[in-house]
Design a protein around this ligand. Structure first.
Ligand code: GLV
Length: 368
């Protein structure tokens, strides 16, 4: 392939480079993969209403997330087991995120520990948490993350059981034996046994707490002073509960379409959640973000920022740290161009009237 001109091209290279079991694990969604496709397609049904003749010679993309200043509203989502993609794994992602001036979210199931990631140098990092049945394990891990300097918890709330990813079942997916889930190494939970189907699905069934409920958000807050982002909300009802539970923010996520299939695209669910949160806590989005135009659309519909997951792993597989750096640079440049061509010089100037959704088009009388 010639010069990489958009971040989706990394997926083509990753597919050529990675063992099939590994590529399929990263690429696949649940069951029919309807939501996987829809996460992308829903963005393509949102159109722009750009404003013209506005001085866009200076554009400010900076923002703050939970009080932390970052260079752009594009952050790195948690993705598991990054050393399967590249030997540098999470180290590379951590360095590239810091270099881009943005936040990296480390997965509980990382192949590098919280301490190892912090040892790569300064940076603002969040920790994605899976709640294990053994709450002592969770307490210990959360304390370690806090001590190491992580700034927030992204609590995954959509995974009482693992979604049915058929490629993983066919491939008998399992973490390669030379790697470990580093955060759990000393706890005898760092390895994944081969199973008759997906080794990860069996691991989740054995270890992850299916009883998790809203009261546990309060419990989690009682063992840490890190703010908690509830990751996996896609309805107004749950957005209101998240606000009441004391969450510091919401991540509208369908887990990269890897959990319940036939849920709406996150960009389609975003406005409902934003309205329910009613400005009381910030709402972020992940799922299907591949272009600077997608970032703009999410912000116009009320997101305070977005997270990118799968593309980071694909860029990592293709080119290691350089790939992730390049990916973040490309997204940043596309987003800046989108702002310029829409007539916006700061994030505050991006408004709902800069986009038109399908629902808007169905309205008998224009909203504007
Ligand atoms: C991990 O979080 C996965 O969805 O595979």
């Amino acid at each position: 392939m010639g010069e990489i001109t958009n971040i989706m091209e990394y997926q083509v290279i990753a597919k050529q480079k990675l063992p099939k079991m590994v590529y399929d694990y990263y690429a696949s969604g649940a069951e029919d993969e309807w939501t996987l496709k829809e996460n992308r397609e829903a963005f393509s049904r949102i159109l722009f209403r750009p404003r013209i003749l506005i001085d866009v010679s200076k554009i400010d993309m900076t923002t703050t997330v939970l009080g932390f200043k970052i260079s752009m509203p594009i952050m790195v989502a948690p993705t598991a087991m990054q050393k399967m993609a590249h030997p540098d794994g999470e180290y590379a992602t951590a360095r590239a995120s810091s270099a881009a001036g943005t936040i990296m979210t480390l997965s509980s199931w990382a192949t590098s520990s919280v301490e190892e990631v912090v040892s790569t140098g300064p940076g603002i990092r969040f920790f994605q948490l899976y709640v294990y049945k053994d709450r002592k394990v969770v307490e210990q891990l959360v304390r370690r993350a806090e001590r190491a300097g992580f700034k927030a918890i992204a609590l995954t709330v959509d995974t009482p059981r693992l979604g049915r990813r058929e490629a993983d079942i066919k491939n008998r997916f399992v973490l390669p034996p030379h790697l470990t889930l580093k955060n759990f190494e000393g706890l005898d939970l760092g390895k994944m046994d081969q199973a008759n189907d997906s080794g990860l699905a069996s691991y989740v069934a054995g270890q992850i707490d299916r009883t998790l409920s809203w009261k546990d958000v309060k419990w989690l807050q009682s063992i840490t002073s890190m703010p908690i982002l509830v990751k996996g909300v896609i309805t107004a009802e749950d957005a209101r509960l998240a606000v009441h539970s004391g969450a510091a923010g919401i991540i509208v996520s369908n887990h990269g379409a890897r959990q319940l299939d036939y849920v709406p695209a996150t960009i389609s669910a975003l406005e409902e959640v934003v309205h329910a949160a009613a400005g009381r806590i910030p709402v972020y989005l992940d799922g299907g973000v591949r272009r600077g135009t997608d970032v703009f659309k999410a912000l116009a519909l009320g997101a305070a920022g977005v997270f990118v997951g799968r593309p980071v792993v694909m860029a990592l597989a293709a080119e290691g740290e350089a790939g992730v750096r390049n990916l973040l640079r490309m997204l940043r440049e596309e987003f800046e161009l989108t702002m310029a061509l829409s007539g916006c010089t700061s994030l505050a100037e991006i408004t709902r009237s800069h986009v038109i959704t399908e629902t808007d088009r169905l309205r008998p009388t224009p909203r504007l």
